[in-house]
Design a protein around this ligand. Structure first.
Ligand code: SF4
Length: 429
């Protein structure tokens, strides 16, 4: 009988990319991935520990699986949460059979056999060769490609350096070969992923940086689009922005988390840039690429964030006019420097600040979106949605729907935006 694996993923795009690679590894080893938890022999949760709320959700899912052991099935906790708490997790959740950090996914098909016999498997140390190479894409058009892992920046609120270890850049030849193989199997858009892709290559001690990598990838013939995430403002160089502007395959979208508009808070966060320096990057990007879409992350309620600090962030969001922002309420994370700071903001106050910025951004996003009506844009057609519309992304990362010929999937076509509704654009050929 075919062994089946159920995977539950929480958290960021990096975790979802890890899940895709985990599926690939297990399928290569004869397992089937199932959406039906009841028929799975193994159940894995890929955990996120960036915020307390995310962590609570994982452990509540894991605790719902307490009787599974009696049925001869195994439960695994994988990813960042496994790396942070290691075998201590077993004190409160003894029914977990496998605790595995992100660097060891390729060992799991072999180790799971021992777990099925009752052994506890713990794989959490850092590994020197953590990247899983994916050679086929099951007809996908879009694939996430991890190019770095880990982070040495130690922003004071962030647990990632403790969960994913030091910055590790993947060998560029390996990245290029993987993308070439994927483009031969039909992939047309790759999204380069890392905690801070702009630092690509820093740890390799070679004169090859992120902009060089972008140029090299863009030479792959069948590939039509390249995007990337996430960029750290302190490492967003003119060279990267100029490469984006010059190269027609690189998407004109920059996700540049600012976190706060207050220099005092930015310093406490250890972000290593000021609001003035951040603004200069945005101005340069917009001068080079007028149609660029800029998105950001904002954190409210950081310890010691006064009303004045908050209002500076509020005004900054108004000044920048982001296409979209993701707003987070600060939550205390283990090991981090911010966890030791006094004067935490109450949950009620965090919620008030969150709502104020959210309402402001809704108005800004609506205004920006309405400006797209009647614009001509080029779409990479990705699929037909359930309502029969073709669906694709514009060069600046807007999702657009329109009626057309399904043979156009995998091609770039011109459309005119006609309507904007609930976060989606509708267009005609
Ligand atoms: S750059 Fe800062 S926020 Fe981003 S992963 Fe690294 S430490 Fe965390």
């Amino acid at each position: 009988m075919v062994k089946k694996l159920y995977i539950k993923t929480y958290g960021c795009q990096m975790n979802f990319a890890d899940a895709e690679r985990l599926k690939y590894i297990f399928e290569k080893n004869g397992w089937q991935i199932t959406d039906n938890i009841d028929e799975a022999l193994a159940i894995f949760a890929i955990g996120c520990s960036v915020r307390q709320h995310a962590e609570n959700k994982i452990f509540s899912f894991i605790d719902g699986l307490k009787n599974i052991k009696k049925q001869g099935r195994v439960v695994g906790l994988l990813g960042c949460t496994a790396n942070i708490y290691k075998k201590d997790i077993l004190n409160q959740h003894p029914h977990i059979n496998i605790i595995c950090g992100t660097d060891y996914f390729d060992l799991l098909p072999e180790k799971i056999e021992s777990a099925l016999k009752g052994e506890k498997i713990i794989l959490v140390e850092e590994n020197q060769n953590p990247f899983v190479i994916k050679t086929n894409s099951k007809n996908s058009i879009y694939v996430d490609i991890p190019i770095t892992k880990g982070c040495d920046n130690f922003c004071s609120y962030c647990v990632v350096p403790y969960a994913r270890g030091k910055l590790k850049s993947r060998n560029s030849v390996e990245i290029i070969n993987e993308i070439k193989n994927l483009s031969d199997s039909g992939v047309r858009h790759v999204n380069l992923l890392g905690q801070n892709v702009n630092e690509y290559g820093k740890d390799l001690n070679i004169k090859y940086d992120f902009a060089e990598l972008l140029k090299e990838i863009s030479k792959i013939d069948k590939l039509l689009r390249i995007s990337f995430m996430t960029s750290h403002p302190k490492d967003t160089t003119k060279k990267i922005l100029e490469t984006m502007a010059e190269n027609e395959k690189i998407m004109k979208h920059l996700h540049l988390p600012v976190q706060s508009g207050s220099n005092r808070i930015l310093k406490l966060m250890n972000r290593k840039y000021s609001r003035e320096e951040y603004l200069k990057i945005i101005e340069y990007a917009r001068a080079l690429i007028p149609d660029i879409s800029i998105t950001s992350d904002i954190m409210v309620g950081f310890p010691e964030e006064t009303e004045k600090d908050f209002l500076e962030t509020y005004e900054f969001v108004k000044e920048i006019q982001y296409d979209k922002i993701y707003i987070f309420k600060y939550s205390k994370r283990p090991f981090t420097r911010a966890a030791k700071l006094p004067n935490s903001i109450s949950e009620k106050e965090k919620q008030r600040r969150h709502s104020l910025i959210l309402n402001l951004q809704k108005k800004i996003s609506r205004k920006i979106s309405e400006n797209y009506i009647n614009k001509n844009v080029q779409i990479l057609v990705e699929k037909i949605n359930k309502n029969g519309y073709l669906e694709g992304k514009s060069l600046n990362n807007k999702t657009v729907y329109f009626s057309g010929d399904k043979n156009k999937i995998r091609s770039i076509i011109d459309v005119k935006i006609e309507q904007y509704s609930s976060g989606s654009y509708y267009a005609k050929l």
